[in-house]
Write a protein that binds this ligand. Structure first.
Ligand SMILES: [Fe+2]
Length: 268
């Protein structure tokens, strides 16, 4: 009798165990399924994040393209600076990469270079195209363009670093620049890069009142400025890029529309 009881208890125990095991298996399967759903949801959200990032990138580019359109409109107003921003951007990108900056930072500097003179949109054409020396009052208006340019791009949160470069592209190493008379390393690197490229391109480009300088002469001017108003290392790199590096353009490509050389002009 006792044996039978023990046997039926053992059978019932085994049945309970089997049920518990099956229930555990079922839960395990449910867990597995839930885990799979979670994994898929995670993958999906990753994909959404990637899509969103792509869309954001496209939006950023579209906004910058719009601003570029404005910059081109500005250059159309002043035929002597046509192509200037694009050349400065190309040189700035190369300089930034040679300085060892990561590509995204170098591209921001290049985009800022494309837009560096955007603030000239606020300068009357009579000043922009004036064929002679500017009066002090006209200079004062001209010197506002870095601040105006920075204000135009200020609402673009993703372009904060670019706005800083636009504002400071006329600062000079010895503190003689504008608008904030920053000096030395106090000038953001991106602004020092754009400044060197801007000065070189302004020197080799023709103006209504003077022809562009040949490459060798422009380099002599840069040599005088290196370490004084322009970053020494950057001037060295620029000359290296133009003379030996992957030719972003041919040296001595200055336009010589007017057939005479005037005094070298600081870019404005
Ligand atoms: Fe400028």
């Amino acid at each position: 009798m006792a044996g039978e009881v023990a046997l039926s208890q053992a059978i019932s125990y085994a049945r309970d165990l089997k049920e518990a095991y099956e229930a555990a298996r079922a839960r395990e399967q449910e867990l597995g399924e839930a885990n799979e759903r979670l994994r898929k949801a995670y993958q999906q959200s990753l994909q959404y994040a990637r899509d969103l990032k792509k869309t954001y990138g496209r939006l950023q580019r579209a906004i910058l393209q719009g601003l570029l359109g404005l910059a081109n409109a500005l250059e159309a107003k002043d035929p002597y600076t046509r192509g200037h921003s694009a050349r400065v951007a190309e040189l700035s990108l190369e300089l930034a990469l040679r300085m060892g900056l990561p590509r995204p930072a170098a591209e921001t500097i290049s985009q800022a270079a494309l837009l560096h003179d955007l603030g000239k949109i606020g300068v009357p054409e009579s000043i922009l195209r004036k064929p002679g020396a500017l009066t002090e009052e006209e200079w004062e208006i001209m010197r506002r363009h870095p601040v105006t340019g920075a204000q135009i791009v200020a609402p673009l949160e993703f372009f904060d670093d670019g706005a800083i470069i636009v504002r400071h592209h006329h600062e000079r190493l010895d503190g003689s620049g504008y608008p904030d008379r920053l000096a030395g390393q106090g000038i953001p690197l991106g602004a020092r890069i754009v400044a060197v490229a801007d000065v070189y391109d302004a020197l080799i480009s023709g103006r209504p009142y003077r022809a562009g300088l040949p490459h060798a002469e422009a380099v002599r001017v840069l040599d005088r400025e290196r370490g004084r108003t322009l970053d020494e290392r950057l001037v060295g790199l620029l000359v290296d890029i133009l003379e030996t590096g992957p030719a972003t353009r041919a040296p001595g490509a200055a336009t010589d529309e007017h057939g005479h050389h005037g005094a070298p002009e600081r870019p404005v």
